[in-house]
Write a protein that binds this ligand. Structure first.
Ligand code: GTP
Ligand code: MG
Length: 190
């Protein structure tokens, strides 16, 4: 699959703003700073169509990108401590609306930092997705930060944790894993 030539559609900050789902959607979920926007840029073959920042909490809206006949959806991150109660409530309501609106979500890519272990927030997120029967695959981000041996250990940890769910090691720096993820997007959206 080729997602080049994508265009930014819009950013939605509240549940009411979310447009109706008409075409297939692939969304990207994970804690703040895990690398969602970086992965999207890589998949779309663009340097900065999705904004990347070393400060957590960069993507606070639901951002749609149109690529061919699918929508790529960058979701706001979670697990960022310095956030007001009001912002947390907005996040909850936005995510609930996105995942409960009978949308045409073909695949949710759940991102986790390959160097870490599953956080409580990740666990809640995955449970939430499973309860809603959202098709799930996992991306292990920042694989360039580990050496071969460490990478093997972490891959085994994540694959054992997720069982049958596909797990894709990825690096936005080297592009490792890009083709495999594009193939998965293809398989789930055709
Ligand atoms: N080394 C390395 N750094 C990465 C990789 N992916 C992302 N980063 C860095 O991690 C930081 C966060 O990346 P983003 O793509 O903005 O993360 P995000 O998940 O979209 O974050 P929020 O929008 O805050 O939810 C940036 O400094 C990126 O350059 C990767 O594969 N390798
Ligand atoms: Mg982001």
């Amino acid at each position: 699959m080729n997602l080049n030539g994508a265009v930014f559609v819009a950013a939605y900050g509240t549940a009411e703003q979310l447009p109706e789902s008409t075409i297939a959607e692939v969304c990207f979920c994970g804690r703040s700073n895990v690398g969602k926007s970086s992965l999207i840029n890589k998949l779309l073959g663009r340097k900065a169509i999705a904004r990347v920042s070393s400060t957590p909490g960069k993507t606070a809206t639901v951002n749609f990108f149109r690529a061919g006949d699918i929508n790529i959806v960058d979701l706001p991150g979670y697990g960022y401590a310095k956030i007001s109660e009001r912002e947390r409530m907005r996040w909850d309501s936005l995510m609930n609306a996105y995942f409960s609106g009978g949308r045409n979500i073909r695949l949710c890519l759940q991102l986790v930092d390959v160097r870490r272990t599953l956080s409580g927030d990740d666990e809640r997120m995955v449970r939430f997705l499973r309860e809603r029967k959202v098709p799930l695959a996992v991306v292990l981000t920042k694989c360039d930060k580990l050496n071969k041996t460490e990478l093997a250990v972490q891959k085994e940890y994540w694959q054992a944790l997720f069982g049958d769910v596909p797990v894709f090691p990825f690096s936005a720096l080297s592009g490792q894993g890009k083709e495999e993820i594009l193939n998965a997007v293809d398989a789930y959206t055709e």
